[in-house]
Design a protein around this ligand. Structure first.
Ligand code: ADP
Ligand code: 5GP
Length: 188
């Protein structure tokens, strides 16, 4: 059975990483997480090499020059990129990969991997999104407002996705994502 890339995108604070954890927990043996590289500062509770590989702008730009990313983008003023080697290794070994990347990254992945499955996680409302970002206590008020501004543009891109899952009730959103993955796994 061929390996597939599963991409989740959605505005910051919508619940992508919470949903990704649940997916990875359920599909332990068949899906690995693509650990992106980023130049954004590490957040409290994150570990270098687990959520992201954290690096400097200088190093990131050097890697761009070496074609080390399948796709990369500047999101909220920081660089983020999907390391090529991780994806190619997993696909060669027949292992599916889950990516949590922005809307431009998702479109670039689809260009390179046409059978990638793109899932957009949508918030119940912008106000609920703001509340989640505040409650997460990881970003300043300025950063939150910038993320909300970007969210509106990101939601407009959701029509380009294969699936849209609204994260109102977390358990239900997780169930929906897992069903989508199971359905695509059956296709082989
Ligand atoms: P993202 O990875 O998209 O930035 P997170 O997974 O960090 O978002 O979720 C942002 C916050 O919202 C977290 O505190 C998380 O526990 C919470 N959250 C996620 N899904 C829901 C939901 N359906 N209802 C309420 N809170 C949620
Ligand atoms: P955060 O800083 O909140 O972890 O992520 C900010 C945004 O960057 C999210 O929309 C996330 O999906 C996106 N992102 C994370 N890694 C990558 C990546 O490798 N490539 C792209 N294009 N976007 C990424």
């Amino acid at each position: 059975m061929g390996a597939r890339l599963y991409v989740i995108s959605g505005p910051s604070g919508v619940g992508k990483s919470t949903i990704a954890h649940a997916i990875l927990d359920k599909f332990k043996d068949s899906i690995v997480y693509s650990i992106s590289m980023t130049t954004r500062p590490i957040r409290c509770g994150e570990l270098d090499g687990r959520e992201y590989k954290f690096t400097t702008v200088e190093e990131f730009e050097k890697l761009i020059g070496q074609n080390a990313f399948v796709e990369h983008a500047k999101v909220h003023d920081n660089y983020y990129g999907t390391p090529r080697e991780q994806i190619e290794n997993a696909v060669a070994r027949g292992i599916n990969v889950l990516l949590d990347i922005d809307t431009r990254g998702a479109q670039n992945i689809k260009k390179n991997y046409p059978d990638a499955v793109l899932i957009f996680i949508a918030p119940p409302s912008i106000e609920e999104l703001r509340q989640r970002l505040f409650k997460r206590h990881t970003d300043s008020e300025d950063v939150i407002e910038r993320r909300i501004h970007n969210a509106i543009q990101e939601i407009e891109m959701s029509s380009k996705y294969d699936y849209i899952v609204k994260n109102t009730d977390l358990a239900q959103a997780v169930d929906e994502c897992e069903s989508i993955i199971e359905e695509n796994m059956k296709k082989g």
